[in-house]
Design a protein around this ligand. Structure first.
Ligand code: G3H
Ligand code: 13P
Ligand code: ZN
Ligand code: NA
Length: 308
């Protein structure tokens, strides 16, 4: 069935593991993810961005996720990723999503609170949970000073006030991760001191890590070897993600690593099988690669196997 993340996060918090939130936009991606979760007996969140809704169209995505639930018997959280205003959150809640993110991180503190609270009020009346974001995602550059970090990263005192005043169910924080395949120019670094402070000040409260792909070199290299051109890509090392999930992080967002896995597999297959023009053949390779990547995440990063 479609469920909320409430109990999932409670269990993950206590067990010091994390739930993978995987971005989806087509059938092969959804199938690869749910097959991996089923085999690993792992909980999961499927999340849909505004761009994904536009690409696949809302009805298709909803029905594909329902089909995945029918087919696997799994309980799935259907989550809106980075809802930028009240209207898209309302639309998804009305469409049957069990979780929405209102991303007011670009607004000043008070406006973020006001917007988030409005979504929380609408969602909670309908049994839907809400994720919000405080702070701006950005890497730590070596030459960035403390005051610049304080201006972008999540302030622990503000986080407490934000959670209290909005009644939000989970909070995405900024501690040095960023979206996409180019997260760090130099050595990867996260502000664990800040994370510890936030999680200490918000006991039992689920934190969310966006921009948490590892950008595994093997997959970047495979893309580049078979005609791609994505030089200098770098992500969050797996040991840092495991460390974060022991410090109150209950949801880890993964999109880029799925994109890289699928693209590497399809590039390789097309180059090695020039006679093939049946989309099922190469999309099938893409689906297998998604499944392998999600299994890898569940086992080596999230530690969520056998927790259902
Ligand atoms: O946070 C962004 C996610 O990776 C979704 O990306 O907006 O290109 O669908 P998208
Ligand atoms: P990545 O780009 O690191 O996969 O992050 C995805 C994300 O945060 C989606 O909201
Ligand atoms: Zn994100
Ligand atoms: Na955790």
């Amino acid at each position: 069935a479609l469920i909320t993340s409430k109990k999932m996060f409670q269990k993950a918090y206590e067990g010091k593991y994390a739930i993978g939130a995987f971005n989806v936009n087509n059938m092969e991606i959804i199938q690869g993810i749910v097959e991996a979760a089923k085999e690993e007996r792992s909980p999961l969140i499927l999340q849909v961005s505004a761009g994904a809704r536009k690409y696949a169209r809302p009805t298709y995505l909803k029905k594909l996720v329902e089909a995945a639930i029918d087919d696997t018997g799994l309980d799935v959280v259907l989550h809106l990723d980075h809802g930028e205003n009240f209207e898209i959150c309302k639309q998804c809640i009305d469409d049957g999503f069990t979780s929405v993110m209102i991303d007011g991180s670009k607004h000043p503190f008070e406006e973020n609170i006001e917007l988030t609270k409005k979504v929380v009020d609408y969602a909670h009346k309908r049994g839907v949970v809400v994720e919000a974001e405080l702070g701006k995602l950005a890497g730590i550059e070596d030459d960035v000073n403390v005051s610049a970090k304080d201006a972008t990263f999540t302030d622990p005192d503000q986080a407490v006030e934000f959670v209290e005043r909005t009644g939000v169910d989970s909070l995405a924080i900024a501690i040095g991760t960023s979206h996409g395949a180019y997260k760090f120019k130099g050595e990867p670094r996260l502000d664990f001191e800040r994370l510890e402070k936030i999680s200490h000040m918000l006991p039992e409260f689920p934190l969310v890590l966006h921009g948490a792909s590892t950008v595994i070199p093997e997959f970047v290299d495979a893309c580049n070897k078979f005609g791609g051109n994505i030089p200098g890509a770098k992500g969050v090392p797996e040991d840092m993600l495991r460390r974060a999930s022991k410090l109150g992080v209950c949801k880890i967002n993964i999109d880029t690593d799925l994109r890289l896995a699928m693209t590497a597999a399809i590039r390789k297959y097309l180059v090695e099988s020039p006679d093939v023009f049946d989309p099922r053949k190469y999309l099938g390779k893409g689906r297998d690669a998604i499944k392998d990547m999600v299994k890898h995440k569940i086992k080596n990063v999230l530690d969520s196997s056998n927790t259902l």
